[in-house]
Design a protein around this ligand. Structure first.
Ligand SMILES: C[S@@+](CC[C@H](N)C(=O)[O-])C[C@H]1O[C@@H](n2cnc3c(N)ncnc32)[C@H](O)[C@@H]1O
Length: 270
């Protein structure tokens, strides 16, 4: 019997060795970090918290957490750590761990805070993985998830931009199982798990020349261009037009939204 090989994030698409991947993920952090730091900063931080940053990417959030918990610790994981290793100075309370969220575990109750951003949407087994992650939190511990949502692009009146961008979601769904509609239900998972103080927030992004989300999306479309040409209704001129608009300082439209949900595992903190 032949075993079917299922492509996952980083196997081909978005592999960290792709020449533009560092710049693509750096543009994303430029766009998202201010809101993430605001949400994390609104939690009742203690300087001795044990934090877990899943799918750390370029590691900016992990560094921020390590600064906030000088008496605590931060473990930052990723399938591929090459984008963090070159750029960060050592921090005594921050360690980087090669870890596949879908396969590798942590002991139950290990963390006071777990954060993940733009990660679960890319996992085919996201619901199962999320329920495992909830168990890694200590009683009273906090979970903050931030995930991308496609709905602002679905309603764009710019045809080439909308169709090409929706083709990105279709391509990613087919190749690696990405789902950018699922994040609207993030908070429901926390409610079902009995979490308390559950909250939801959303931030929008603007694309067009000079905006970090625009550079992120331009590099995403560019990387996926060979796939996009195979999507019904998308032509090479549409892709070229979309890339030009994303670089154009006079073009403005909405990019992906970010849906955040957070809450607290039942029980009291130690
Ligand atoms: C879109 S990037 C987001 C990076 C970072 N969280 C941020 O928001 O700046 C997704 C990251 O998740 C990592 N990743 C994907 N699947 C993973 C898995 N199964 N386990 C751990 N990390 C994973 C990727 O390698 C990549 O660094």
């Amino acid at each position: 019997m032949t075993q079917q090989i299922v492509e996952r994030y980083g196997d081909g698409v978005f592999n960290h060795a792709v020449l533009t991947e560092d710049e693509r993920l750096s543009a994303l952090t430029q766009e998202l970090d201010p809101a993430s730091f605001g949400r994390l900063g609104s939690l009742p931080f203690r300087s001795d918290w044990r934090c877990l940053e899943l799918g750390a990417g370029t590691g900016t959030v992990a560094r921020w957490l390590a600064d906030r918990c000088p008496q605590g610790s931060v473990i930052a994981t990723d399938l591929d750590l090459q984008l963090v290793q070159s750029r960060h100075e050592e921090q005594a309370n921050l360690s980087w761990l090669h870890h596949d969220l879908t396969r590798d575990d942590f002991p139950p109750g290990s963390f006071d805070l777990i954060h993940a951003r733009y990660l679960f949407c890319h996992l085919r087994s996201r619901e199962h993985d999320l329920s495992r992650v909830l168990g890694w939190l200590a009683p009273g511990g906090w979970l903050l998830l931030e995930e991308p949502a496609s709905f602002p692009i679905e309603s764009s009146l710019h045809d080439a931009y909308r169709q090409t961008s929706m083709g990105v979601f279709t391509t990613l769904a087919e190749r690696i199982g990405t789902d950018c509609r699922w994040p609207r239900t993030l908070h429901e998972h926390l409610n079902r798990a009995g979490f308390t103080e559950v909250e939801v927030d959303v931030t929008y992004s603007v694309v067009g020349g000079g905006r970090p989300m625009s550079r992120f999306w331009e590099l995403t479309v560019d990387q996926l261009a060979p796939d996009l040409r195979e999507v019904e209704g998308i032509t090479s001129p549409m892709i070229t037009e979309t890339l030009a608009r994303l670089r154009d300082p006079e073009f403005r439209d909405l990019g992906m939204a970010t849906i955040a949900a957070w809450g607290r595992r039942p029980g009291s903190t130690a």
